[in-house]
Ligand binder design. Sequence first.
Ligand code: SF4
Length: 312
Amino acid sequence: MTAVHTDILEEIRALKVRENATILAHYYQDGEIQELADITGDSLQLSRAATKVDRSTIVFCGVHFMAETAKILNPTRRVLMPDLAAGCSLADSCPADKLARYQEMLRINGRHFQTVTYINSTAAVKALSDWVVTSGNAQEIVRRVPEEYEILFVPDRHLGQYIQEVTGRKMILWNGSCMVHEIFSVGDLLALKKKMPHALTIAHPECPANIREHSDFIGGTEAMVRYVARIEAPTDFLVATEANMLWQLQTKVPRHRYLPVPGITCACNKCPHMARNTLEKLRDCLAHGAPEITWQPEFDRAREVLQRSLLQ
Ligand code: SF4
């Protein structure tokens, strides 16, 4: 570790105390950011953790919809994020105005439905929804939707398809996807499995069906941690999710070996949006108190939906 690197870590720690801040970091952040964080987790854990932060400031190291969710669930806290432009291809695939028009069209056609929305969406989209789910609680929430309703599931068609398979509930699927999980190469996965026939494959449900069907375990990032922790004998795992998750797996359950499943266009599968957050930007947002997530009119309705879905 260089002296400059050590300096910036110390600066961040000092600023965190000065600003009375709690740092939350998603599992897809670089390991050095996760190491600095007070709390790491998947979207569900971080949303719940945000409600319990008693310091005056939350610094959210993740993407925009996550920081927005933290603000919505704990409105009296100042919520900062290192880079306001850290977005999400999945959230972008479902603009609120387009969703509102589609819902209207379904209603005009006499369809009786509830909208179940993956947390990777804007607050404006959550405000148009009946339920919000994460990969960690999607099956449970879908089972809570009364049978007399159809389900409109937005925005991730792969997660929707997977939940349809495991719950047996038929859904109208929005045509969105995550740019990171969509590019895993099934050809490379099969070649790896042939080379390492003893290895187990674990995949995020945002992966397309052709990856999921070759996996031994499918689950969100927290479920992955629990799954590998249950296996006592040192094991090789091929991991089909964002590459920084390997740091978290290696840190929490170091007896195993973890290898990333390669993508079609790149071997690392790192989320470019998450990668916008750097140590320098984390330091600067604490030093300047910006950028900040401020309350927006749609947050009130989104709060009702989030509370009902994630906290009750
Ligand atoms: S990994 Fe995919 S779903 Fe997650 S923030 Fe990046 S683009 Fe969005």
